[in-house]
Write a protein that binds this ligand. Structure first.
Ligand SMILES: NC(=O)c1ccc[n+]([C@@H]2O[C@H](COP(=O)([O-])OP(=O)(O)OC[C@H]3O[C@@H](n4cnc5c(N)ncnc54)[C@H](O)[C@@H]3O)[C@@H](O)[C@H]2O)c1
Length: 181
């Protein structure tokens, strides 16, 4: 059964999320909110969903929402994630939030704790998770090859050198990345 989705933040990446929700039979995209009325209105018209101008109003107006998709930005692209994500989880909703989870480690930990407390999913959309460099980095951590990780600097290219040098395993998708089932 499709999950009912409400999206927060319409200016940039929100449009790509909306297109993905529309194309996915497991997603029933029903509402959107943005603090800027004109953005919410034009976005709602474009995708045929209902517009709200605050998350509170969207939660009140659409009590059956299963998932809140947080596409806000802020300082370092992460300072506006905490408030809507916490509000949504407090309302018992699952949350997908754009990367980074937060630009503040203490807020990020509170968000994870809130998901546990409310028994809801909190997913962070880092679209590089399932790539060979990320797999190798994870292996370094799990194999104890580095100590406590406090910082990570990562450089990655699309269709560029790294991918060109990467030999796709049998069953890889057309982009050359492994498929996960
Ligand atoms: N995964 C990727 O490849 C990728 C690519 C681009 C951006 N991003 C991430 O997406 C997020 C958003 O980036 P962007 O460039 O689209 O941001 P943006 O600043 O262009 O747009 C954010 C929108 O959210 C609205 N907004 C902010 N706070 C709100 C709130 N509390 N309630 C309702 N609306 C609110 C703003 O009015 C704005 O329209 C960032 O975290 C960024 O890191 C990810």
């Amino acid at each position: 059964m499709a999950l009912k989705v409400g999206l927060v933040g319409t200016r940039g990446i929100g449009g790509q999320h909306a297109e993905a929700h529309k194309a996915d039979p497991l997603s029933d995209f029903v509402a959107v909110c943005d603090l800027v009325k004109e953005r919410a209105d034009s976005f709602a018209e474009r995708f045929g969903v209902k517009a709200y101008y605050s998350l509170k109003d969207m939660l009140d107006g659409e009590p059956d929402l299963d998932v809140i998709d947080v596409c806000t930005g802020g300082l370092e692209n992460g300072s506006w994630h905490y408030e809507p994500a916490m509000q949504a989880m407090d309302a018992g909703k699952h949350v997908l939030v754009e990367k980074p989870l937060s630009n503040d480690i203490f807020e990020a930990r509170e968000m994870v704790a809130k998901a546990r407390e409310k028994n809801v999913y909190l997913g962070c959309n880092l679209n590089h998770y399932f790539t060979p460099p990320a797999e190798r980095a994870k292996k370094y951590v799990t194999d104890g090859e580095i100590g406590e990780q406090v910082f990570c600097l990562m450089k990655m290219g699309f269709q560029g050198g790294e991918q060109a040098n990467y030999k796709a395993p049998t069953g890889a998708n057309v982009a050359g990345f492994p498929t996960f089932t």
